[in-house]
Design a protein around this ligand. Structure first.
Ligand code: IMP
Ligand code: MG
Length: 174
């Protein structure tokens, strides 16, 4: 078995539905823009969006983070920008994982200058052991240990995004 299972598909589905329900109640009566950060959050964002019973728009941010593969440097370049203005709108940035926090904190700083009505963060995973910049995660799926997680959108060298569950890369995963 190349990937050690960490969180199974049913557990993920339950938690994501809970986050969707929390967002539905917190933003009752309001319109919302979900901003998934490509590519890692595409699976989470697709399920989260379907768990939100509100008027939801989706717009994507593509980022390239310079680093050595498993480690982000915090130097983030926006490779695909939002297609519409977010001024005066309620925005939730959707991430796969907050690791050092450098990517999300950079993106929050950038988005806030565009003057949204509100700006929150949803992240499937958080790896607090590696925090370099503390980030408030408003809607968090799961906290994980300091391991490299793949599946459900998360990759290792572009592989494993299509796994329906979350797992940990082991030495024989290549
Ligand atoms: P941060 O800037 O260190 O918080 O890194 C965030 C980004 O690094 C995430 O959005 C992922 O793309 C990637 N990343 C960090 N840890 C993992 C992991 O365990 N598995 C897959 N990608 C990861
Ligand atoms: Mg990412």
């Amino acid at each position: 078995m190349p990937i050690k299972p960490l969180i199974d598909a049913a557990t993920i589905a339950r938690r994501v539905a809970e986050l969707g329900a929390a967002i539905t109640s917190d933003y009752a009566g309001q319109r919302l823009i979900l901003v998934p950060v490509l590519k890692g959050s595409y699976v989470f964002a697709a399920d989260l969006a379907r768990g939100i019973e509100l008027d939801v728009a989706v717009d994507f941010l593509g980022v390239r983070s310079y680093g050595d593969g498993q480690q982000s440097s915090g130097v983030v370049e926006i490779t695909t920008d939002l297609s519409h203005s977010i001024e005066g709108r309620h925005v939730i940035l959707v991430e796969d994982i907050v690791d050092t926090g450098l990517t999300v904190s950079y993106l929050l700083q950038n988005l806030v200058t565009r003057q949204p009505a509100s700006l929150k963060v949803a992240s499937l995973l958080h790896k607090p052991a590696r925090t370099r910049v503390p980030v408030d995660i408003d809607y968090l799926g799961f906290t994980v240990e300091d391991v490299f997680v793949v599946g459900y959108g998360l990759d290792h060298a572009q592989k494993f995004r299509n796994l329906p569950y979350l797992g940990v890369v082991t030495d024989d995963s290549e």
